[in-house]
Write a protein that binds this ligand. Structure first.
Ligand code: TRP
Length: 459
């Protein structure tokens, strides 16, 4: 028999396409448009992009398939799913910890994700008001610096974004979100293509492409490789149960592997197009590729400010960026909310309010890290830097590592084959092999080399 007989108490997607759209909505977000370009810029470009793409293929895709599979088989919040599945496999109940660390990671990520999404909201208004028409690079940068220096403004947008997220989560999987992602994602992609067209004519298109796609391995450090791998998890929403919980709402008869390939491909294309649109603008205006988290907010307004129809397109672009962030943020908190509903007997609405308030409070640390607490540092990192580093580069890869070990080594071949129901034996074996050996090895090696330990061991 294919699949299993469990069903989720929280509901089910109405079709295969809805799962694809929701998971793509979760994957495509600030990670693709805000984070990928700036970390590629900070880590030297081409070599970083290459490592990132390799990680997507040998680590990201197999783990994505594994997470969807676990979720669909368990049909509960990631914590309870890991509990049932470890029981089914006769393994230690400690595997639940995977679910717990995921809930914690999701909560930590959403706390700062919301602040950055708030920047996008602010830019909708600035764009719409014509702030950037004919602006110079210096003027555009000044607007960004002013925003970061203003804790009240940042708090306002952060609050608004958390409310927006929790309203959708409170309404459940089918209410609202399903419909929104259906047309917002394609619209965002269209606008990125328009920006790409502008970048092609900006005079520095080839320079931008060369920066992104010519690997210069002297420009990347051990830490850069760790950041590339961490980003592969972050951008695909892996390693914390987000894709697992979305998989738990998937219909039993749909193919997991084919669906996962589509999501990974869409996510990667969006990131690369964003990079190809942004770097030519960076070079054409003599800006710094390593400008940091402000990169998109200091380049794109410049492009919009100079192009015909820029007021309209620019405003639309930031609206869509907000929506991309919104459809991602939901998946960050869904595992925590479903756990409260399952184990604490809470209503979805109250569980959402509790989670929203906690995330909001923690997010205030990120708000302040850009101004009043800018000098408060631990390991040379601000509060925001620290949260970002801890979650994306440590917690998510560790979560992914344990998913790979569980599916590769603990789960019975029969359970896996049941759930995958594949006719392609070769593909199934290749996937199983990657999860068993390559994914864990890659994560461990990258961890070790980033700490300098690998060099010591091999010396
Ligand atoms: N993938 C999203 C982005 O690229 C962010 C995100 C949503 C996420 N859900 C996640 C990251 C779960 C890690 C884990 O913006």
């Amino acid at each position: 028999m294919a699949g299993n007989s469990r069903s989720s108490i929280h509901g089910q997607w109405s079709s295969r396409w809805v799962f694809v759209l929701a998971a793509t909505g979760s994957a495509v977000g600030l990670g693709n448009i805000w984070k990928f370009p700036y970390i590629a810029g900070e880590n030297g470009g081409g070599a970083f992009v290459l490592v990132y793409l390799i990680c997507i293929a040998v680590v990201g895709l197999p783990v994505m398939i594994a997470e969807v599979m676990l979720g669909r088989r368990g049909r509960q919040s990631p914590i309870n799913t890991m509990k049932s599945l470890s029981q089914e496999a006769g393994a230690s109940p400690l595997w639940q910890l995977l679910g717990w660390s995921g809930v914690l990671a999701g909560f930590l990520i959403l706390s700062y994700y919301s602040v950055i999404a708030g920047w996008a909201i602010n830019y909708v208004l600035e764009m719409g008001a014509g702030t950037f028409s004919g602006s110079s690079a210096g003027q555009v940068k000044a607007v960004f610096d002013e925003l970061l220096a203003d804790p009240l403004k940042l708090t306002l947008w952060h609050t608004l974004f958390i409310i927006a997220t929790m309203v959708v989560v409170a309404r459940g999987v089918r209410g609202g979100l399903e419909k929104a992602v259906t047309f917002l994602m394609p619209a965002l992609f269209m606008l990125l293509i328009i920006l790409l067209g502008y970048a092609m004519n900006s005079g520095a298109f080839m320079q931008g492409l060369a920066f992104l796609f010519t690997p210069d391995f002297s420009a990347i450090t051990g830490k850069g490789v760790l950041i590339a791998m961490g980003h592969a998890f972050f951008t695909l929403s892996l390693g914390m149960g987000a894709i697992m919980i979305y998989g738990s709402y998937m219909r039993s008869e749909d193919s997991i592997a084919r669906t996962a390939i589509m999501i990974v491909a869409a996510d990667t294309v969006v990131a690369l197009v964003a990079g190809m649109a942004i770097f030519p603008i960076v070079f054409a205006n003599g800006l710094e590729p390593g400008a940091g988290p402000g990169l998109v907010f200091q380049t794109l307004p410049l492009a919009f400010g100079a192009m015909p129809g820029g007021l309209l397109f620019g405003t639309l672009f930031f609206i869509l960026l907000f929506f991309a962030a919104w459809s991602s943020s939901i998946s960050l908190i869904e595992p925590a909310v479903t756990w409260l509903v399952e184990n604490r007997n809470m209503k979805r609405v109250s569980a959402s309010i509790v989670c929203g308030i906690a995330t909001w409070a923690l997010g205030m640390g990120t708000v302040l890290s850009f101004n009043l607490w800018a000098e408060v540092k631990l390991f040379d990192m601000t509060f925001f830097d620290l949260l970002d580093f801890l979650t994306a580069n440590i917690m998510l890869p560790l979560g992914g590592l344990f998913v790979a070990v569980f599916v590769g080594w603990i789960m019975s071949r029969q359970s896996k084959a049941d759930e995958m129901a594949t006719k392609h034996l070769f593909a199934f074996r290749a996937w199983n092999f990657l999860l068993k050996y390559i994914t864990p090895l890659a994560v461990v090696v990258i961890f070790l080399q980033s700490t300098g330990l690998l060099a010591k061991i091999t010396a």
